[in-house]
Design a protein. Structure first.
Length: 140
């Protein structure tokens, strides 16, 4: 029996058993799609977990002595206070035993020009891109 005759025999068998053939083809297609979907889902969860771990914020917020506003209001509420920390103090925080990493952010008051007036004085967050790891994955 030649190859051509074998192919013709296979095609005739598939034609006479079309329900079985279509069922098997459907099951194989669904199995491949399910494996593909599970692989993509697994990879997505893995990548998402890694990014979430990289984006975890600091465990400690250091504010210099002297502000007359609650630290939470400065950090979360954007209270307009002029507070300055010397660079030497900011650098020495990273040298404290138990501190794994430190990064400095700065806050600048919003502009009150026609283009940028938001009606009240708020603070914008600035970062030191060389030392900041919190926003590094968003800046790539």
């Amino acid at each position: 029996m030649s190859v051509v005759e074998m192919v013709i025999l296979i095609l005739k068998a598939l034609r006479y058993r079309c329900w079985q053939t279509s069922g098997i083809i459907s099951l194989v297609t669904l199995a491949v799609a399910a494996i593909f979907a599970v692989t993509l889902l697994n990879q997505g969860i893995k990548n998402g977990s890694e990014q979430a771990k990289d984006r975890l914020g600091a465990d400690l917020l250091v504010i210099p002595a002297g502000p007359q506003v609650a630290p939470g209001e400065i950090f979360y509420g954007g209270a307009p206070q002029n507070i300055y920390m010397p660079q030497s103090v900011a650098e020495s925080i990273g040298q404290v035993p138990g501190v794994k990493r430190s990064t400095a952010q700065f806050f600048t008051q919003t502009l009150t020009e026609d283009c940028c007036d938001v009606g009240e004085a708020l603070r914008l967050v600035g970062i030191d891109a060389d030392s900041d790891w919190i926003t590094a994955s968003w800046r790539q």
